[in-house]
Design a protein around this ligand. Structure first.
Ligand code: ZN
Length: 418
């Protein structure tokens, strides 16, 4: 975007509190929000012209946003889109039989499918996310640097932000974990390349890595995350193998965030609170439910954890990468399980503001200085109108069909305002 664009007369969920501003203007300069606030205040300051750029356009391009509700681009904090080719390939059986990183059906499907086909279906999932208002997703990519290369091919076809969390192909067996074997020579050889080719390390879990390996990974100066306490089985396996809780072992990675924590105990959450690197917990309620492995209790996690919560949709094999559906389900499940009111603004924050903070990126908020990622929803869409509570409307009524346009980094990537 070569010039400043001014989006006038919009309603917006602004800033870190997602405060509803009914009549707002939004100025975008290059890839960043420059002004978000009451209508009629911003009068087309042009920083490029101010800086002496004589080629800069004098006046901002204006777009009338009457009737639109602007929300931050949704952030899907946990996906594995690599298995997009395996949709519902197996519904019966245990979690491990389906998606175990080494022994599950998923890994067999991935190894038996031609790479070009994997890339095609990954690109489809990216396109689906953009159409559904997701502007950033955090993909936990298996398969070392080769796996990352496939994901990058898919990303080259679809304009969406991706935080790539890669991993080595190292696997610690039960014996390795018991005797605390170090990272294999091949894993050590891969590690540098994986870190360089990705935005972070996304480790499968403490049950597939010895303490020594987790400790080795913890020294990588990159974003670090790990699956923890996803199933009752994984929790009890850690106890049997090591006498230590799975979550406590996972903290050996010094992760910036943990994924799932569906079966985390009070003690686990206390350990998380004492771990200074941890910024937050990413829960995946629909994926957990689909796998019949219980549900993360949002009210419980919020009451016991002093860390931020965010949302992910997990494996495409078992769940759709649709953040509207994830928010809807999460809100209702939280109230159903807790028999308590949960403010929808908290759920929307999990899908936007909290995610940006956990990732340490300038995303997840419509606010000056943030990357201009947002979704323009039609307030008059048949499922939304009349909008009495904008946060509730977004969380449990909006869908891809309510979207007029999606902007990423100041560029319209889906739909149009004209
Ligand atoms: Zn996962």
């Amino acid at each position: 975007m070569a010039r400043t664009h001014l989006f006038k007369n919009a309603s917006v969920l602004a800033g870190p509190e997602l405060k509803y501003v009914r009549d707002a203007d939004i100025a975008v300069s290059n890839d960043t929000f420059e002004y978000v606030g009451p209508a009629g205040v911003y009068h087309g300051r042009n920083p490029r012209r101010d800086a002496g750029d004589v080629d800069a356009d004098a006046a901002p391009a204006t777009h009338d946003c009457t009737g639109l509700l602007v929300i931050p681009g949704l952030v899907n904090c946990h996906t594995h889109i690599g298995d997009s080719v395996g949709k519902d390939a197996r519904l019966e059986g245990t979690v491990d039989e389906k998606i175990h990183p080494v022994f599950g059906l998923k890994s067999r499907i991935l190894s038996e499918t031609p790479p070009d086909v994997l890339v095609d279906f990954m690109a489809n999932s990216c396109a689906s996310m953009v159409r559904g208002g997701t502007t950033t997703f955090v993909d936990f990519r298996e398969g070392g640097v080769g796996g990352v290369a496939l994901l990058r091919r898919a990303l080259s076809r679809v304009p969406i932000r991706c935080v790539i969390m890669g991993r080595t192909n190292h696997y610690s067996g039960e014996d390795d974990i018991r005797r605390n074997a170090p990272l294999s020579a091949s894993g050590e050889g891969e590690l540098g390349d994986v870190v360089r080719s990705c935005d972070g390390l996304g480790v499968s879990g403490a049950n597939e890595n010895s303490d020594a390996v987790l400790g080795r990974y913890s020294k990588c100066g990159t974003l670090r995350a790990i699956h923890a306490s996803e199933t009752e089985e994984s929790v009890s396996r850690s106890g049997q193998m090591t006498g230590v809780s799975e979550t406590v072992r996972a903290l050996g990675l010094r992760p910036h965030f943990l994924v799932h924590m569906t079966h985390a105990s009070k003690k686990d959450l206390e350990a998380v609170a004492g771990s200074p690197d941890v910024r937050g917990i990413v829960v995946c309620p629909r994926a957990n439910a689909t796998l019949a492995e219980g549900m993360p209790d949002i009210a419980y996690l919020r009451s016991l954890s002093n860390r931020r919560l965010a949302l992910g949709t997990d494996n495409v094999m078992v769940n759709t990468p649709d953040m509207f559906r994830e928010m809807d389900y999460t809100w209702k499940a939280a109230m159903g399980m807790g028999r308590a009111q949960v403010d929808p603004v908290e759920i929307l924050r999990m899908a936007t503001v909290n995610a940006g903070m956990i990732l340490g990126r300038k995303i997840g908020q419509v606010a000056p200085g943030m990357l201009a990622d947002c979704v323009f929803l039609d307030k008059h869409a048949i499922d939304l109108e009349p909008v009495h509570n904008p946060h509730a409307a977004v969380v449990h009524r909006a869908s891809a069909s309510s979207i007029r346009a999606v902007m990423i980094g100041g560029r319209m990537v889906h739909g149009s305002l004209d």
